[in-house]
Design a protein around this ligand. Structure first.
Ligand code: ZN
Ligand code: ZN
Length: 345
């Protein structure tokens, strides 16, 4: 089969690659239709690492995907060849302490689609996944929408961890697909006002126009802390940090009111970040890490399907597999107003 293979930093070659086969009776072979390029893929592509995961080449990336079932293992009952599906990329064991505690996202034996050391990714014509990771979608839903359910599910998980958001004021620092997803979900849950920031002007505009931000601004151009506190003088209840940058973490601490909650959604490139501990302590701020998502793909799909959440505006660019290099370059450099690059193998 053909696959977009990362062969070194910043270099993707489309070439022949071994076609995966069903090994376990619970598996399905999927014909990939659409793959979203995620910020974590861009880190792997350009930085050779994400957090403490170091790259090995060659590798096939891609974990946000929608597909058509090609073949099912004997044990798979809810799917048949030809079914259109959205894919949950995290494969958990179901039996460890974390899975039994309802935390499959921190499963002790987790393997993730398109993770360099775990499972070969979806930027290929075919992948094999457990049947239970595949959610049938209706004919009304597009493959692009089904793909965008994955980043939306991260927004949903982050919002769930933040608690009841009805009537709350909050900021989202970083308005890429994850930040935008958080915006859509939190406004859907009744947040009173959402302030959004990004260093990319096109994203600031999209945050205001499409995601419903009460105000959106660019920290390279304005003092975003002052602008937001002018509008919310007592400070914010919740801040979602969605870009993994030290300056945004500092802004978050300045923006929060006493007792407020900071959700760490973005992935910093550096192995360590720092906080002004006196501010954290005096304001008794709460820090909450967000590890991908926890069983939120199904609910995110239903939100898109029944029209409660509109994600189409994020699918700004689509590339054939042969143009995967261009897809990554365009997304990495935020060219052409790109929000999400989709690749269609
Ligand atoms: Zn992702
Ligand atoms: Zn487990």
């Amino acid at each position: 089969m053909r696959a977009a293979v990362l062969t070194g930093p910043g270099k993707i070659e489309v070439r022949d690659w071994p076609k995966p086969a069903i090994k376990d009776k619970s598996d399905v072979l999927l014909r990939v239709k659409t793959v979203g390029i995620c910020g974590s893929d861009l880190h792997y592509f350009s930085e050779e690492r994400v957090g403490d995961t170091i790259m090995h080449y060659p590798v096939v990336l891609g974990h946000e995907c929608a597909a058509v079932v090609e073949e099912t293992g004997r044990g798979v009952k809810h799917l048949k060849p030809g079914d259109r599906v959205a894919v949950e990329p995290a494969v958990s064991c179901g039996s460890c302490d974390q899975c039994r505690a309802g935390r499959p996202n921190t499963c002790r034996a987790l393997s993730f689609l398109g993770h360099p050391k775990e499972r070969s990714g979806a930027l290929a014509e075919y992948v094999v996944m457990p049947g239970e990771n595949c959610y049938p979608i209706s004919s009304r839903m597009t493959f692009a929408q089904a793909t965008l359910a994955e980043p939306l599910s991260i927004g949903l998980h982050a919002a769930n961890l933040a608690g009841n958001l009805k009537g709350k004021t909050l900021a989202i620092l970083g308005s890429g697909p994850i930040g935008l997803s958080v915006g859509l979900i939190t406004l859907g849950e009744g947040a009173a006002a959402v302030y959004m920031t990004d260093k990319v002007e096109a994203r600031v505009r999209v945050a205001a126009r499409e995601a419903g931000a009460a105000w959106a601004g660019n920290p390279l151009e304005v003092d975003i802390v002052k602008e937001i506190l002018d509008r919310a003088p007592g400070g914010l209840d919740v801040v979602f940090e969605c870009c993994g940058q030290q300056e945004a973490l500092d802004q978050a601490v300045e923006l929060l009111k006493p007792g407020g909650t900071l959700l760490l959604v973005g992935i910093p490139l550096e192995g360590r970040i720092s906080f002004d501990i006196n501010r954290l302590r005096r304001r008794e701020l709460r820090l909450q890490n967000v590890r991908r998502q926890n069983q939120c793909v199904g609910p995110a799909l239903r939100m898109i399907e029944d029209g409660r959440i509109r994600v189409d505006f994020m699918a700004t660019h689509t590339f054939p597999l042969e143009k995967a290099q261009k897809a990554f370059d365009t997304a990495l450099h935020y060219r052409d107003g790109i929000i999400k690059a989709l690749v269609t193998p």
